[in-house]
Design a protein around this ligand. Structure first.
Ligand SMILES: Nc1ncnc2c1ncn2[C@@H]1O[C@H](COP(=O)(O)OP(=O)(O)OP(=O)(O)O)[C@@H](O)[C@H]1O
Ligand SMILES: [Mg+2]
Length: 250
């Protein structure tokens, strides 16, 4: 479903070259929920942006549902829903409903489809009370719920979330967690980045751990727990980073 092959992304920042992602390869099967872990600056957002066709790889390639992100970005875009932390992409002067209607139109949904979809999403997120209010006056959590609804308005098969629960309270974080469970039941493929280990261990089938642009582990969570003899993902993550750097230093 998603195949990342030897992905490298370099940024030229004045005279400094930053390699944000280095030779990363892994694939994600249909229906899997994958947690993307890594310290600040590890390359998580860069990797997600490249999958979402928002960045062109410096080297390597990515295929989504068989389509190359550089050669067939339109085919890829149709199949994915994306939400990047902090960028909700919503219009403050429009109501939640108007925002959702606007994005539904961009994806070519009919009026009827849009109405049904907005009702479903509003019910799922408990947004009914404020659907007709302007987003400009919304709290962070309310805004984030509308942003998540916007990201999946076209019912995509693949969903990419960059730190979806950062800044959300427990109730809103739980809404996100329930949503992931529901999307998983519907057979959706999800990759999300997070700094919250508990969230990843609760929701994910597998993890991808990044350190300074490199992939230090990718695979099934249960297999990882077994191999490490622990279910403490925080501990496992830290020890992988230490071992990862030793490995790279040698
Ligand atoms: N547009 C850009 N121009 C220059 N450097 C960039 C750009 N985007 C990302 N980088 C650099 O690439 C590296 C990886 O950044 P990225 O945002 O992917 O990290 P991250 O894992 O998402 O971190 P965080 O947890 O802080 O969100 C960093 O060194 C960052 O400064
Ligand atoms: Mg990031």
């Amino acid at each position: 479903m998603i195949e990342i092959h030897e992905l490298t992304k370099r940024f030229q920042d004045k005279k400094i070259v930053v390699t944000a992602v280095k030779h990363v390869s892994f694939s994600v099967k249909e229906g899997q929920v994958v947690g993307l872990l890594g310290e600040n600056g590890a390359g998580k957002t860069t990797l997600l942006r490249a999958i979402a066709t928002l960045l062109t790889p410096t080297d390597g390639s990515i295929k989504v549902g068989g389509y190359d992100t550089v050669k067939n970005p339109e085919q890829v875009k149709k199949r994915i829903g994306v939400l990047f932390g902090g960028e909700t992409g919503l219009y403050d002067r429009l109501t939640a409903r108007e925002n959702l209607e606007y994005f539904a139109t961009l994806y070519g949904l009919s009026k009827h489809e849009t109405k049904v979809r907005i009702e479903d999403l509003a019910k799922m997120f408990g947004m009914r009370d404020y659907l007709n209010r302007k987003v400009g006056g919304f709290s962070k959590g309310m805004r984030q719920k509308v942003a998540i609804a916007r990201a999946i308005i076209h019912n995509p098969d693949i969903i990419l979330f960059d730190e979806p629960t950062t800044g959300l309270d427990i109730t809103s974080s739980n809404v996100f967690r329930q949503l992931v469970h529901q999307l998983k039941r519907e057979g959706k493929t999800i990759i999300f980045s997070s700094h919250i280990m508990e969230e990843v261990s609760l929701l994910c089938d597998s993890v991808a751990m990044m350190h300074k642009g490199e992939l230090v582990y990718q695979g099934n969570l249960d297999a990882l727990y077994k191999a490490e003899g622990s279910q403490d993902l925080n501990y496992i993550f830290m020890s992988k980073l230490v071992r990862g750097s030793e490995h790279y230093a040698s």
